[in-house]
Design a protein around this ligand. Structure first.
Ligand code: PLP
Length: 489
Protein backbone atom coordinates (compact mmCIF):
# COMPACT_ATOMS: atom_id res chain seq x y z
CA UNK A 1 0.00 0.00 0.00
CA UNK A 2 1.52 3.25 -1.02
CA UNK A 3 -0.99 6.06 -0.74
CA UNK A 4 -2.71 6.85 2.52
CA UNK A 5 -6.20 8.19 2.39
CA UNK A 6 -5.75 10.64 5.24
CA UNK A 7 -6.93 13.40 2.99
CA UNK A 8 -6.69 16.92 4.30
CA UNK A 9 -8.71 19.26 2.17
CA UNK A 10 -8.33 22.97 2.23
CA UNK A 11 -11.79 23.46 0.88
CA UNK A 12 -15.04 22.00 1.95
CA UNK A 13 -15.49 19.17 -0.47
CA UNK A 14 -16.32 15.63 0.58
CA UNK A 15 -13.70 13.07 -0.27
CA UNK A 16 -14.57 10.76 -3.14
CA UNK A 17 -17.00 8.03 -2.12
CA UNK A 18 -14.95 5.20 -3.48
CA UNK A 19 -11.54 6.49 -2.47
CA UNK A 20 -9.27 3.57 -2.83
CA UNK A 21 -5.56 3.53 -2.36
CA UNK A 22 -2.96 2.42 -4.82
CA UNK A 23 -3.68 -1.27 -4.97
CA UNK A 24 -0.84 -3.42 -6.10
CA UNK A 25 -1.81 -6.79 -7.38
CA UNK A 26 1.18 -9.04 -7.50
CA UNK A 27 1.19 -12.14 -9.60
CA UNK A 28 3.19 -15.19 -8.90
CA UNK A 29 2.33 -18.30 -10.85
CA UNK A 30 -0.02 -19.70 -8.25
CA UNK A 31 -0.82 -16.80 -6.02
CA UNK A 32 -2.45 -13.52 -6.65
CA UNK A 33 -2.58 -11.06 -3.84
CA UNK A 34 -4.00 -7.65 -3.72
CA UNK A 35 -2.69 -5.24 -1.12
CA UNK A 36 -5.54 -3.15 0.14
CA UNK A 37 -5.32 0.30 1.59
CA UNK A 38 -6.70 1.63 4.81
CA UNK A 39 -9.96 3.55 5.01
CA UNK A 40 -11.48 2.10 1.90
CA UNK A 41 -15.12 2.44 1.22
CA UNK A 42 -16.56 -0.96 2.21
CA UNK A 43 -18.10 -1.45 -1.20
CA UNK A 44 -14.70 -1.28 -2.79
CA UNK A 45 -12.47 -2.85 -0.23
CA UNK A 46 -10.28 -5.10 -2.33
CA UNK A 47 -9.83 -7.50 0.55
CA UNK A 48 -13.29 -8.77 -0.41
CA UNK A 49 -11.72 -9.77 -3.69
CA UNK A 50 -8.58 -11.32 -2.33
CA UNK A 51 -7.72 -14.36 -4.38
CA UNK A 52 -4.30 -15.17 -3.06
CA UNK A 53 -3.31 -18.82 -3.13
CA UNK A 54 -6.89 -20.01 -3.41
CA UNK A 55 -7.33 -23.17 -5.44
CA UNK A 56 -10.39 -21.71 -7.12
CA UNK A 57 -8.43 -18.50 -7.82
CA UNK A 58 -10.31 -16.21 -10.13
CA UNK A 59 -13.71 -17.63 -9.17
CA UNK A 60 -13.49 -15.48 -6.09
CA UNK A 61 -13.90 -12.35 -8.18
CA UNK A 62 -17.30 -10.90 -7.33
CA UNK A 63 -20.33 -11.64 -9.43
CA UNK A 64 -20.64 -8.07 -10.65
CA UNK A 65 -17.51 -8.64 -12.67
CA UNK A 66 -18.78 -11.81 -14.30
CA UNK A 67 -22.06 -10.11 -15.06
CA UNK A 68 -20.43 -7.28 -16.93
CA UNK A 69 -17.45 -9.16 -18.25
CA UNK A 70 -19.23 -11.61 -20.51
CA UNK A 71 -16.91 -13.71 -22.60
CA UNK A 72 -14.05 -12.49 -24.68
CA UNK A 73 -15.49 -12.28 -28.16
CA UNK A 74 -13.27 -12.79 -31.15
CA UNK A 75 -12.60 -9.29 -32.37
CA UNK A 76 -12.31 -8.55 -36.04
CA UNK A 77 -8.85 -7.97 -37.47
CA UNK A 78 -8.12 -4.50 -38.73
CA UNK A 79 -5.53 -3.51 -41.27
CA UNK A 80 -3.72 -0.64 -42.89
CA UNK A 81 -5.54 0.95 -45.84
CA UNK A 82 -4.18 2.87 -48.82
CA UNK A 83 -5.18 6.28 -47.45
CA UNK A 84 -3.29 5.61 -44.24
CA UNK A 85 -0.26 4.33 -46.12
CA UNK A 86 -0.08 7.54 -48.15
CA UNK A 87 -0.08 9.72 -45.00
CA UNK A 88 2.63 7.58 -43.44
CA UNK A 89 4.83 7.66 -46.52
CA UNK A 90 4.59 11.44 -46.76
CA UNK A 91 5.30 11.84 -43.04
CA UNK A 92 8.51 9.87 -43.47
CA UNK A 93 9.66 12.39 -46.09
CA UNK A 94 8.66 15.70 -44.52
CA UNK A 95 8.89 15.48 -40.71
CA UNK A 96 11.93 15.35 -38.47
CA UNK A 97 11.84 11.78 -37.27
CA UNK A 98 11.65 11.98 -33.49
CA UNK A 99 8.55 9.90 -32.81
CA UNK A 100 8.47 6.11 -32.81
CA UNK A 101 4.97 5.88 -34.27
CA UNK A 102 2.80 2.83 -34.68
CA UNK A 103 1.36 2.33 -38.18
CA UNK A 104 -1.98 4.01 -37.63
CA UNK A 105 -3.39 7.26 -38.99
CA UNK A 106 -6.13 8.65 -36.78
CA UNK A 107 -8.75 10.86 -38.34
CA UNK A 108 -11.48 11.47 -35.74
CA UNK A 109 -12.87 10.41 -32.38
CA UNK A 110 -16.13 10.02 -30.50
CA UNK A 111 -16.15 9.36 -26.77
CA UNK A 112 -13.41 6.83 -26.06
CA UNK A 113 -13.40 5.54 -29.64
CA UNK A 114 -11.12 6.80 -32.38
CA UNK A 115 -11.32 6.13 -36.12
CA UNK A 116 -8.52 5.74 -38.65
CA UNK A 117 -8.33 7.23 -42.13
CA UNK A 118 -10.34 4.26 -43.46
CA UNK A 119 -13.02 4.70 -40.79
CA UNK A 120 -12.03 1.61 -38.75
CA UNK A 121 -12.89 1.93 -35.08
CA UNK A 122 -10.50 1.57 -32.13
CA UNK A 123 -11.12 1.76 -28.40
CA UNK A 124 -8.46 4.16 -27.10
CA UNK A 125 -7.01 3.21 -23.71
CA UNK A 126 -4.31 5.90 -24.00
CA UNK A 127 -6.47 8.99 -24.51
CA UNK A 128 -3.75 11.08 -26.14
CA UNK A 129 -1.31 10.04 -23.36
CA UNK A 130 -3.73 10.73 -20.54
CA UNK A 131 -4.74 14.11 -21.99
CA UNK A 132 -8.27 13.66 -23.39
CA UNK A 133 -9.98 13.50 -20.00
CA UNK A 134 -13.49 13.82 -21.41
CA UNK A 135 -12.82 11.76 -24.52
CA UNK A 136 -13.78 13.13 -27.92
CA UNK A 137 -16.82 15.26 -28.66
CA UNK A 138 -18.06 15.91 -25.12
CA UNK A 139 -20.97 18.36 -25.68
CA UNK A 140 -19.98 20.73 -22.84
CA UNK A 141 -16.38 20.74 -24.02
CA UNK A 142 -17.44 21.50 -27.60
CA UNK A 143 -19.79 24.24 -26.42
CA UNK A 144 -16.95 25.83 -24.47
CA UNK A 145 -14.66 25.77 -27.49
CA UNK A 146 -17.37 27.24 -29.70
CA UNK A 147 -17.77 30.08 -27.20
CA UNK A 148 -14.09 30.76 -27.67
CA UNK A 149 -14.43 31.35 -31.40
CA UNK A 150 -15.30 34.93 -30.46
CA UNK A 151 -11.66 35.41 -29.48
CA UNK A 152 -9.07 32.70 -30.09
CA UNK A 153 -5.92 34.46 -28.98
CA UNK A 154 -5.24 37.61 -27.00
CA UNK A 155 -1.69 38.56 -26.09
CA UNK A 156 -0.54 38.80 -22.49
CA UNK A 157 -0.56 42.57 -22.82
CA UNK A 158 -4.33 42.53 -22.17
CA UNK A 159 -6.70 41.06 -19.61
CA UNK A 160 -9.11 38.28 -20.58
CA UNK A 161 -11.97 36.92 -18.56
CA UNK A 162 -11.58 33.13 -19.21
CA UNK A 163 -8.02 33.19 -17.87
CA UNK A 164 -9.08 34.92 -14.65
CA UNK A 165 -12.08 32.60 -14.26
CA UNK A 166 -9.85 29.56 -14.69
CA UNK A 167 -7.48 30.72 -11.99
CA UNK A 168 -10.43 31.49 -9.74
CA UNK A 169 -11.71 27.94 -10.24
CA UNK A 170 -8.27 26.40 -9.64
CA UNK A 171 -7.87 28.48 -6.50
CA UNK A 172 -11.16 27.18 -5.18
CA UNK A 173 -10.19 23.56 -5.65
CA UNK A 174 -6.48 23.44 -4.82
CA UNK A 175 -3.90 24.67 -2.30
CA UNK A 176 -2.81 27.42 -4.69
CA UNK A 177 -3.44 31.14 -4.46
CA UNK A 178 -2.13 31.95 -7.92
CA UNK A 179 -1.47 30.36 -11.29
CA UNK A 180 0.57 31.05 -14.38
CA UNK A 181 -0.33 29.37 -17.67
CA UNK A 182 1.87 27.89 -20.39
CA UNK A 183 1.46 25.52 -23.34
CA UNK A 184 2.87 22.29 -21.95
CA UNK A 185 4.08 20.40 -18.92
CA UNK A 186 7.72 20.88 -19.71
CA UNK A 187 7.27 24.66 -19.90
CA UNK A 188 5.48 24.61 -16.56
CA UNK A 189 8.44 22.77 -15.06
CA UNK A 190 10.89 25.22 -16.66
CA UNK A 191 9.00 28.05 -15.03
CA UNK A 192 8.93 26.23 -11.68
CA UNK A 193 12.74 26.02 -11.84
CA UNK A 194 12.98 29.74 -12.52
CA UNK A 195 10.37 30.65 -9.91
CA UNK A 196 12.28 28.63 -7.30
CA UNK A 197 15.54 30.42 -8.03
CA UNK A 198 13.83 33.79 -8.13
CA UNK A 199 12.16 33.01 -4.81
CA UNK A 200 15.55 32.56 -3.13
CA UNK A 201 17.07 35.62 -4.79
CA UNK A 202 14.07 37.65 -3.66
CA UNK A 203 14.05 36.19 -0.13
CA UNK A 204 17.80 36.68 0.50
CA UNK A 205 18.60 40.04 -1.13
CA UNK A 206 21.83 40.51 0.84
CA UNK A 207 23.21 37.00 0.31
CA UNK A 208 25.73 36.90 -2.51
CA UNK A 209 24.88 33.36 -3.59
CA UNK A 210 21.46 32.22 -2.38
CA UNK A 211 20.29 28.60 -2.68
CA UNK A 212 20.33 27.65 -6.38
CA UNK A 213 20.49 23.85 -6.51
CA UNK A 214 17.82 21.23 -7.04
CA UNK A 215 17.10 17.76 -5.75
CA UNK A 216 15.42 15.35 -8.15
CA UNK A 217 14.94 11.59 -8.21
CA UNK A 218 16.29 8.64 -10.16
CA UNK A 219 13.93 7.59 -12.96
CA UNK A 220 11.92 10.78 -12.66
CA UNK A 221 10.55 12.54 -15.74
CA UNK A 222 9.90 16.26 -16.04
CA UNK A 223 9.90 16.96 -19.78
CA UNK A 224 12.10 17.43 -22.81
CA UNK A 225 13.18 21.08 -22.72
CA UNK A 226 16.62 21.72 -21.32
CA UNK A 227 15.75 22.70 -17.74
CA UNK A 228 13.18 19.94 -17.29
CA UNK A 229 15.55 17.48 -18.90
CA UNK A 230 18.28 18.35 -16.44
CA UNK A 231 15.91 17.35 -13.61
CA UNK A 232 14.87 14.16 -15.39
CA UNK A 233 16.39 11.13 -13.70
CA UNK A 234 16.43 8.96 -16.81
CA UNK A 235 19.90 9.00 -18.29
CA UNK A 236 18.78 7.85 -21.72
CA UNK A 237 16.80 11.09 -22.11
CA UNK A 238 19.67 13.28 -20.91
CA UNK A 239 22.66 11.60 -22.51
CA UNK A 240 22.08 12.79 -26.14
CA UNK A 241 22.40 16.38 -24.87
CA UNK A 242 25.33 16.04 -22.47
CA UNK A 243 27.10 17.64 -20.71
CA UNK A 244 24.42 17.95 -18.00
CA UNK A 245 23.94 21.39 -16.53
CA UNK A 246 25.31 21.51 -12.97
CA UNK A 247 23.31 22.00 -9.79
CA UNK A 248 21.08 18.92 -9.70
CA UNK A 249 21.52 16.01 -7.30
CA UNK A 250 19.62 12.80 -8.06
CA UNK A 251 18.66 10.54 -5.23
CA UNK A 252 16.72 7.32 -4.89
CA UNK A 253 12.94 7.81 -5.00
CA UNK A 254 11.54 6.97 -1.59
CA UNK A 255 14.85 7.06 0.29
CA UNK A 256 14.14 9.33 3.24
CA UNK A 257 17.66 9.31 4.71
CA UNK A 258 19.29 10.25 1.41
CA UNK A 259 16.73 13.00 0.91
CA UNK A 260 17.26 14.44 4.38
CA UNK A 261 21.03 14.51 3.86
CA UNK A 262 20.76 16.06 0.43
CA UNK A 263 18.37 18.92 1.26
CA UNK A 264 20.61 21.63 2.67
CA UNK A 265 19.94 25.19 3.84
CA UNK A 266 21.53 27.85 1.69
CA UNK A 267 22.15 25.31 -1.07
CA UNK A 268 18.90 23.60 -2.05
CA UNK A 269 16.48 25.88 -3.86
CA UNK A 270 13.82 23.21 -4.39
CA UNK A 271 12.98 19.53 -4.44
CA UNK A 272 11.19 18.33 -7.57
CA UNK A 273 9.10 15.21 -7.07
CA UNK A 274 6.25 13.33 -8.74
CA UNK A 275 3.92 12.10 -5.96
CA UNK A 276 2.80 9.38 -8.35
CA UNK A 277 5.22 8.62 -11.14
CA UNK A 278 3.89 7.87 -14.61
CA UNK A 279 6.68 7.58 -17.17
CA UNK A 280 8.87 4.59 -16.60
CA UNK A 281 6.37 2.78 -14.44
CA UNK A 282 3.58 3.88 -12.14
CA UNK A 283 4.92 4.10 -8.62
CA UNK A 284 3.44 6.13 -5.85
CA UNK A 285 5.42 7.75 -3.10
CA UNK A 286 4.82 6.63 0.46
CA UNK A 287 3.16 9.18 2.67
CA UNK A 288 6.15 9.20 5.06
CA UNK A 289 8.48 9.99 2.17
CA UNK A 290 6.53 13.06 1.07
CA UNK A 291 6.10 14.12 4.69
CA UNK A 292 9.86 13.83 5.19
CA UNK A 293 10.51 15.91 2.07
CA UNK A 294 8.05 18.53 3.32
CA UNK A 295 9.70 18.86 6.71
CA UNK A 296 13.26 18.75 5.32
CA UNK A 297 12.32 21.52 2.86
CA UNK A 298 10.75 23.56 5.66
CA UNK A 299 13.87 23.14 7.81
CA UNK A 300 16.18 24.12 4.95
CA UNK A 301 14.01 26.92 3.58
CA UNK A 302 13.73 25.04 0.28
CA UNK A 303 10.61 24.80 -1.87
CA UNK A 304 8.76 21.53 -2.44
CA UNK A 305 7.57 21.19 -6.02
CA UNK A 306 5.09 18.48 -7.03
CA UNK A 307 4.93 17.50 -10.66
CA UNK A 308 1.32 16.38 -11.14
CA UNK A 309 1.35 16.34 -14.93
CA UNK A 310 0.11 12.74 -15.17
CA UNK A 311 -1.45 12.35 -11.73
CA UNK A 312 -3.47 15.54 -11.30
CA UNK A 313 -6.88 16.49 -12.72
CA UNK A 314 -8.90 13.64 -11.28
CA UNK A 315 -7.08 10.74 -12.92
CA UNK A 316 -6.41 9.04 -9.58
CA UNK A 317 -9.94 9.55 -8.28
CA UNK A 318 -8.63 12.53 -6.34
CA UNK A 319 -8.61 15.91 -8.00
CA UNK A 320 -4.89 16.24 -7.09
CA UNK A 321 -2.49 13.51 -6.04
CA UNK A 322 -1.29 15.56 -3.06
CA UNK A 323 -4.77 15.24 -1.52
CA UNK A 324 -4.21 11.54 -1.16
CA UNK A 325 -1.20 12.21 1.05
CA UNK A 326 -2.27 15.32 2.91
CA UNK A 327 1.13 16.83 2.06
CA UNK A 328 1.07 20.25 0.45
CA UNK A 329 3.60 21.54 -2.05
CA UNK A 330 4.75 25.12 -2.55
CA UNK A 331 4.46 24.77 -6.29
CA UNK A 332 2.54 22.25 -8.39
CA UNK A 333 2.85 21.79 -12.13
CA UNK A 334 0.06 20.41 -14.29
CA UNK A 335 -0.50 20.21 -18.03
CA UNK A 336 -2.59 19.13 -20.98
CA UNK A 337 -5.27 17.17 -19.17
CA UNK A 338 -6.31 20.51 -17.65
CA UNK A 339 -7.76 21.51 -21.02
CA UNK A 340 -8.89 18.00 -21.98
CA UNK A 341 -6.27 17.62 -24.70
CA UNK A 342 -5.67 21.18 -25.83
CA UNK A 343 -2.15 22.47 -25.16
CA UNK A 344 -1.80 23.99 -21.74
CA UNK A 345 0.51 23.82 -18.76
CA UNK A 346 0.25 25.61 -15.45
CA UNK A 347 2.29 26.46 -12.41
CA UNK A 348 0.09 26.70 -9.32
CA UNK A 349 1.62 28.29 -6.28
CA UNK A 350 1.14 30.13 -3.04
CA UNK A 351 0.98 33.86 -2.48
CA UNK A 352 4.29 33.52 -0.64
CA UNK A 353 6.16 32.22 -3.71
CA UNK A 354 4.25 34.38 -6.19
CA UNK A 355 5.34 37.49 -4.31
CA UNK A 356 8.89 36.86 -5.54
CA UNK A 357 7.89 36.96 -9.20
CA UNK A 358 7.73 40.39 -10.74
CA UNK A 359 6.53 41.91 -13.98
CA UNK A 360 8.69 40.74 -16.87
CA UNK A 361 10.10 37.72 -15.03
CA UNK A 362 8.37 35.32 -17.38
CA UNK A 363 6.31 35.28 -20.56
CA UNK A 364 6.09 34.23 -24.19
CA UNK A 365 3.59 34.86 -26.96
CA UNK A 366 1.28 32.25 -25.51
CA UNK A 367 2.57 31.68 -21.98
CA UNK A 368 0.91 33.93 -19.48
CA UNK A 369 -1.82 35.02 -21.83
CA UNK A 370 -4.08 32.10 -21.02
CA UNK A 371 -5.36 31.79 -24.58
CA UNK A 372 -9.18 32.16 -24.37
CA UNK A 373 -9.76 29.06 -26.51
CA UNK A 374 -7.75 26.85 -24.16
CA UNK A 375 -9.03 28.49 -20.97
CA UNK A 376 -12.66 28.01 -22.05
CA UNK A 377 -11.90 24.33 -22.64
CA UNK A 378 -10.14 24.01 -19.26
CA UNK A 379 -13.09 25.62 -17.49
CA UNK A 380 -15.44 23.04 -19.00
CA UNK A 381 -13.15 20.14 -18.04
CA UNK A 382 -12.42 21.29 -14.50
CA UNK A 383 -16.04 22.14 -13.83
CA UNK A 384 -17.01 18.56 -14.69
CA UNK A 385 -14.23 16.54 -13.11
CA UNK A 386 -14.00 18.31 -9.77
CA UNK A 387 -17.46 17.10 -8.76
CA UNK A 388 -17.25 14.49 -5.97
CA UNK A 389 -19.52 12.09 -7.83
CA UNK A 390 -17.32 12.30 -10.93
CA UNK A 391 -14.17 11.61 -8.89
CA UNK A 392 -15.96 8.73 -7.18
CA UNK A 393 -16.79 7.24 -10.58
CA UNK A 394 -13.10 7.39 -11.56
CA UNK A 395 -12.11 5.48 -8.40
CA UNK A 396 -14.82 2.93 -8.99
CA UNK A 397 -13.93 2.37 -12.63
CA UNK A 398 -10.22 2.18 -11.81
CA UNK A 399 -10.89 -0.49 -9.23
CA UNK A 400 -13.11 -2.36 -11.66
CA UNK A 401 -10.42 -2.21 -14.35
CA UNK A 402 -7.82 -3.68 -12.00
CA UNK A 403 -10.19 -6.43 -10.95
CA UNK A 404 -10.94 -7.29 -14.58
CA UNK A 405 -7.22 -7.44 -15.28
CA UNK A 406 -6.62 -9.71 -12.29
CA UNK A 407 -9.47 -11.94 -13.34
CA UNK A 408 -8.57 -12.21 -16.99
CA UNK A 409 -4.79 -11.87 -17.14
CA UNK A 410 -3.76 -12.92 -13.65
CA UNK A 411 -3.08 -16.50 -14.65
CA UNK A 412 -0.83 -15.56 -17.55
CA UNK A 413 2.85 -16.27 -16.78
CA UNK A 414 3.98 -13.10 -18.60
CA UNK A 415 2.08 -10.86 -16.17
CA UNK A 416 4.23 -9.84 -13.21
CA UNK A 417 2.13 -7.12 -11.64
CA UNK A 418 -0.94 -4.97 -12.11
CA UNK A 419 -0.70 -1.64 -10.33
CA UNK A 420 -2.17 1.79 -10.34
CA UNK A 421 -4.66 4.11 -8.81
CA UNK A 422 -7.85 5.42 -10.38
CA UNK A 423 -7.56 5.31 -14.15
CA UNK A 424 -3.75 5.33 -14.18
CA UNK A 425 -3.17 1.59 -14.38
CA UNK A 426 -0.39 -0.54 -15.76
CA UNK A 427 0.48 -4.17 -16.36
CA UNK A 428 4.11 -5.13 -15.94
CA UNK A 429 5.20 -8.00 -18.17
CA UNK A 430 8.27 -10.17 -18.14
CA UNK A 431 8.87 -9.45 -21.84
CA UNK A 432 8.55 -6.52 -24.23
CA UNK A 433 4.92 -5.49 -24.69
CA UNK A 434 5.28 -4.54 -28.35
CA UNK A 435 3.79 -7.78 -29.77
CA UNK A 436 0.79 -7.30 -27.49
CA UNK A 437 0.42 -3.66 -28.57
CA UNK A 438 0.35 -4.77 -32.21
CA UNK A 439 -2.08 -7.63 -31.57
CA UNK A 440 -4.43 -5.34 -29.67
CA UNK A 441 -4.30 -2.66 -32.34
CA UNK A 442 -5.14 -5.21 -35.01
CA UNK A 443 -8.16 -6.14 -32.89
CA UNK A 444 -9.30 -2.55 -32.38
CA UNK A 445 -7.67 -1.60 -29.06
CA UNK A 446 -5.04 1.10 -28.57
CA UNK A 447 -2.68 0.75 -25.61
CA UNK A 448 0.55 2.49 -24.68
CA UNK A 449 3.78 1.18 -23.23
CA UNK A 450 6.06 2.64 -20.60
CA UNK A 451 9.00 1.54 -18.46
CA UNK A 452 11.56 -0.30 -20.54
CA UNK A 453 8.89 -1.25 -23.05
CA UNK A 454 7.71 -4.15 -20.87
CA UNK A 455 4.84 -2.24 -19.26
CA UNK A 456 1.37 -1.74 -20.72
CA UNK A 457 0.02 1.60 -19.58
CA UNK A 458 -3.73 2.18 -19.48
CA UNK A 459 -4.80 5.81 -19.20
CA UNK A 460 -8.25 6.00 -20.77
CA UNK A 461 -10.53 9.01 -20.79
CA UNK A 462 -12.18 9.42 -17.42
CA UNK A 463 -15.60 9.07 -19.06
CA UNK A 464 -14.93 5.51 -20.21
CA UNK A 465 -17.81 3.13 -19.48
CA UNK A 466 -17.57 -0.16 -17.58
CA UNK A 467 -18.62 -1.92 -20.76
CA UNK A 468 -15.68 -0.40 -22.61
CA UNK A 469 -13.35 -1.53 -19.81
CA UNK A 470 -14.69 -5.04 -20.31
CA UNK A 471 -14.13 -4.74 -24.06
CA UNK A 472 -10.56 -3.53 -23.50
CA UNK A 473 -9.68 -6.36 -21.14
CA UNK A 474 -11.29 -8.92 -23.46
CA UNK A 475 -9.08 -7.78 -26.32
CA UNK A 476 -6.02 -7.73 -24.06
CA UNK A 477 -6.77 -11.30 -23.04
CA UNK A 478 -7.18 -12.31 -26.65
CA UNK A 479 -3.85 -10.68 -27.52
CA UNK A 480 -1.78 -12.28 -24.75
CA UNK A 481 -0.65 -15.30 -26.83
CA UNK A 482 1.28 -12.82 -29.00
CA UNK A 483 3.76 -12.60 -26.11
CA UNK A 484 4.55 -16.31 -26.18
CA UNK A 485 7.93 -17.04 -27.68
CA UNK A 486 8.98 -13.42 -27.20
CA UNK A 487 11.97 -13.43 -24.92
CA UNK A 488 13.13 -9.83 -25.40
CA UNK A 489 12.74 -7.62 -22.36
C1 PLP B 1 5.66 13.67 -15.10
C2 PLP B 1 5.70 14.45 -16.38
N1 PLP B 1 6.28 15.65 -16.37
C3 PLP B 1 6.35 16.40 -17.47
C4 PLP B 1 5.83 15.96 -18.66
C5 PLP B 1 5.98 16.81 -19.86
O1 PLP B 1 4.77 17.34 -20.26
P1 PLP B 1 4.62 17.86 -21.77
O2 PLP B 1 4.69 16.65 -22.63
O3 PLP B 1 3.30 18.55 -21.80
O4 PLP B 1 5.74 18.79 -22.03
C6 PLP B 1 5.21 14.71 -18.72
C7 PLP B 1 4.65 14.23 -19.98
O5 PLP B 1 4.30 13.09 -20.17
C8 PLP B 1 5.14 13.92 -17.54
O6 PLP B 1 4.58 12.71 -17.54
Amino acid sequence: MEIQTGTRLLWNRPAPLFMSAMCIMRFRRSSISLSPSVNLHPLFNPSRHRISALPDGPNRIPNQIFAAAGSAGKSKKLGLGERSKRVMELEGKVLVQTSARVPLVLARGKGCKVYDAEGQEYLDMGAGIAANLLGHGDPDFLKAIQQATESIHVSNVYYTSPQVKLQELLRGCSFADRAFFFNSGTEANEAAIEFARKFHIFSWPYVKLPAMEFIAFNDSFHGRTMGSLVLTGKENYRSPFEPDMPGVTFIEYGNIDMAKNAIQPGKTAAVFVEPVRGEGGIYSAKKEFLQALRSACDDAGALLIFNEVPSGMGRLGYLWAYEAYGVFPDIMTIAESLAGGLPIGAVLTTEWVAAAIGVGDHGSTFAGCGCPLVCHAALAVLDKIQKPEFLASVSKKGQYLKELLVHKLGGNPHVKEVRGLGLLVEIELDVSASALVDACRNSGLLILTSGKGNVVMLTPSLVISEQELVQATDILLEGMPALDGNTSN
